[in-house]
Structures are given as structure tokens and as C-alpha cells.
Ligand binder design. Sequence first.
Ligand code: FE
Ligand code: FE
Ligand code: ZN
Length: 281
Amino acid sequence: MLHIGCHLSSAGGFAAMGRQALSLGADTFQFFTRNPRGGRARPLNLADLQALGALLAENGFSPIVAHAPYTLNLCSPNPATRAFARETMADDLARLEHLPGQYYNLHPGSHVGQGEAEGIRLIAQGLDAVLRPGMHTTVLLETMAGKGSEVGGTFQQLRAILDETALGALVGICLDTCHVSDAGYDILHDLDGVLTQFDNILGLGRLKAVHLNDSLNPPGARKDRHARIGEGCIGLEALAAVVRHPALRGLPFCLETPNDLPGYAREIALMRRVQEEGVPL
Ligand code: FE
Ligand code: FE
Ligand code: ZN
């Protein structure tokens, strides 16, 4: 059973997103909790959120992924920027308590010249400010491409964040195929080796979701430019191996490929087919 979906816009409301996902053949999806550039969230429509919860349960969805605005930076050198990231996350997580059991995906942050160790310390401190024992959402740190001063481009950096966070045991990981490839983990030629490294450093039990993207750039390029499935440097065969891999069975896979809705529907159907049958030679 493959749980797959794509990134959707929440502009039409929560339940509408669920219906849109169904119409695309999806049984999971991702959305931004608010304007990705980090503005105010719309007033919470509780009935709409509960309608989405019912739709997810009735249709056998895996957990869905609420993505934090990508402009949040828990390890900015600017204290006001760090405070804004914490406040936004706390507000998002409070809202998500009304839709229990889902994931909240976060880019760890960029240290902007303060150095990796200070970045890791500030991210852990920020997570400690927003995580609560008994919360019903799992926060996921996304594996990053290592562009600029991004923290989280190596499994070791993510491990260090988890270790320095008091409630780090509650935190999971979302693996982005474009990002790990860009960061130098060669999933095209050595998926097993990359997953073994992941397991040794982070533990595969931490891996809760996958962003399924091709990359416009070769492994190690640190660019973070997503491509449609089969149109980039990773390719259909390697991405099929990802959705077929026994270690990843049952996880939600979210496409973040540059597509319109019909394009997403085609990629969802394609990945379901290759997950069952493999890639025809
Ligand atoms: Fe992301
Ligand atoms: Fe991603
Ligand atoms: Zn990306």
C-alpha cells in the first residue's frame, strides 16, 4: 500500500483540500500552514478542520503534512526573527491540536555565518520552546540540500539537533529526495547505502515522511531546485526504488514537483504503478 499525494494550496479551506486530494488519486497531502512567506494565518475554522479529519479517516489517509512557512528561521542571528519563528510554530501547533495525529514539517534553519554549532544550539533551543509532552502532532525536521548556511544538510547535523533538544525523542525526520541528493547522498547509485547511513545516524524509526522530488542538479550540487519525476538527475528508476523500498513501506510520500493539478494526478498514478510493477525496461 503506497500512501502518496502532493503539495496542495489551503486557500480554499481544509475540507476542500481533502476533496482535491481524493480527486487526484491521493491518500495523503501536504500544505503550508499559512502564507509560505510567514504572514498571519486565517482565523481557524474549526468545523472545516473537523470535516477534513472525518474525510481523512473515512478514506484511509496516512497522516498528512502541515509545512511550516519556509521563511521561519529558528537559528537566525536576529533575536526578533527567532522569536517570530517560535511564535508562528507555537500558533501552528496549537491549531493542529484540533486535527490530532498529523505531521508538522519544518526547515531547521540557516545559521547565517554564526557557524554550524551555534545554529544547532539555537534550533534545539527553539524546539524546546514549542514542543510539549503529550502533544498530538509530530514535528518533523526536513533533510536540507545544504544550500548557503542551511543546517540539516547532513544526517549528523540533524542528529545533533535531536540530541540537544530536551524533547528530541518526540521529533521525527522528513526525507526530501531532491534535498538529500543535492546534499551529496547519492540515492541514484546507492539508495541502500544512504538508508543504512540514515539508520546508523538517525534511526529509520525516526523517518516519518518522504518528499518525493526529482532534482534539476546532480548529487552534491547544494542547489535545491526540484524537477518533475523523471525529468531530473535522480530519474524515474531511482525514485521508483524509493517508493518500493521495504524500509520506507507505509510512509506518506508527498510530491513537491513543479506541476499543475493534472500533472500531480499523473505523477501519483505513475508512482502507484511503478510501486506495484517496477519500471518497465
Ligand atoms: Fe520543505
Ligand atoms: Fe521538501
Ligand atoms: Zn526543496
